[in-house]
Ligand binder design. Sequence first.
Ligand code: TXA
Ligand code: MG
Length: 349
Amino acid sequence: MKTKIIKIDKDNIERKKIEEITRAFSDGKLVVIPTETVYGLGANGLDEEACKNIFKAKGRPADNPLILHIAENSQLDELVSEIPELAKKCIDEFWPGPITMIFKRSDKIPNVVTAGLDTVAIRMPSHEIARAILKDCKLPIAAPSANLSGRPSPTAFKHVKEDLDGKVDIMVDGGVTNVGIESTVIDMTSNPPMILRPGGITYEDLKKIIPDVAVDNTTIDASDHAIPKSPGQKYRHYAPIADAYCFAGNLDGVVKEVNKRLKENSDKKVAVLATTETKDDYNGAYIVIDLGSRENMQEIAHNLFDALRKCDEEEVDLIYAEGFDFRGIGAGIMNRLLKACGGKLVLGL
Ligand code: TXA
Ligand code: MG
C-alpha cells in the first residue's frame, strides 16, 4: 500500500487537510495522528473491519483492547453504559489530557475494539491536531500507539515512518509529541478506581480527586509472574533488542556500579541511558545518551522512547539505564524502563 503523508502545522491547521482525514476515517481507512502523548494508529472505532486492520498493521495480539478517542463529553453517552461519579470529577479535571478511563461498555462498540471485555477505554486527547480531527469527524477513533507491536511508542514522525510506512493509508506529520510516554490508564469500574498504567496524569494528581486511588502493583513489577489487570500490560512492550538493566538507588552508587560493569564488559557495545548530571561520567560506554536533566522529569519522559529506538539503531549488545524516583511522572518513566529491562533492576550502593 502507498502511504500518503499529510504534514500539519499545529499552529496553523488547514481546514481542507482535516476534512481529507475525516473522509478517510468515514471510508474505513487507517490514519496515523499525533497526540500529546505519542502518535496513535487510528480508525473509525464503530467500524469493525477498519479496527481489525489496526491489529493487522501493528501485528497486535487480538486480546489487547484499543482506546477510543473522543472530542466532546457528549460522545460518551453512546459508548458507555454508566459514568460513575468519580469518573465525572476526573473528566472535569483532566480531560482533554493524557488520561484514559475504563468504563462499562455499551452494545454499540464492536467486540474487536474491547477484545471481548465488558469494559471500554476512552480518552480525550488535548493535542491541537488530534482535537481538530476528532471534532470534525465526530467519530470515536480507535487508536493504539502507532508503533509495530514490541517496539517503543512513536514520539516523533520519523518513528512512525520507520514502523508503519506502507502499512497504513495516511500518516499525519505533526512534529514531536509532548508528554512522550502514553496516557495514564485508570479503571473507573473498580472501587476504588485503580491506576493500571502510570502516565502523564500522575498518582499525585489523581489522589487529589480520589483520595484512596489504588495502583495495580504490576506497574512497578515487570517480572514474569506478575499478572497485570490491563491486558496490554502483560506484553513486554518497548523492549529494545539489547539486553537491558536499570540501576536504582543513590546516584553516586549507580554511576559506580555502571562503571564497574562497563569495565567487566569492555568487549561489548554498551549504551548508557544517562542524565545531564552524569553524562560525562561513563568513559567505557559505546554510546552515552543524555535523557535530560534530573531537574526536569518531563524532559526525561519526552526523550525516553527515542533513546530506546536509538539503542536498536546502534545495535548495541547491552543497555545500562539510570533509574528515577517513582514520584510524579517518574512512576510512568520507571514503568516503561522496567518493561524495557524485562524487570531487571540492579541496586547501585
Ligand atoms: O497515550 C495513549 O494512550 C496512546 C495514544 C495514541 O492515545 N495510546 C495507547 O494505546 O497507548 P495502546 O493501545 O498502545 O495502549 C492502551 C492500553 C493497553 O495496555 C490496553 O491493554 C489497555 O490500554 N486497555 C484498553 N482497553 C482496556 C480495558 N477495557 N481494560 C483494561 N485495559 C485496557
Ligand atoms: Mg502501545
